[in-house]
Design a protein around this ligand. Structure first.
Ligand SMILES: [Zn+2]
Ligand SMILES: [Zn+2]
Length: 59
């Protein structure tokens, strides 16, 4: 088993009535997403963190 760096977080949102959006595949690609209002979630598909994509994930 791989030891995670922090506490395990599967679901970050606690808002009611809002389903978790799908991660933006463009954002996770090397090209990145340039949509101003993207309907997809800009989070890493590898570690699930926001702020970077899977292409720049260091985990
Ligand atoms: Zn996007
Ligand atoms: Zn990541």
């Amino acid at each position: 088993m791989i030891a995670p760096c922090g506490p395990p977080k599967k679901e970050a949102g606690k808002r009611k009535g809002e389903a978790q959006r799908e991660a933006c595949h463009k954002y996770n690609s090397a090209a990145g997403c340039n949509r101003e209002k993207c309907k997809f979630d800009h989070r890493c598909t590898k570690c699930g963190e926001k702020g970077h994509g899977a292409s720049s994930c260091s985990n």
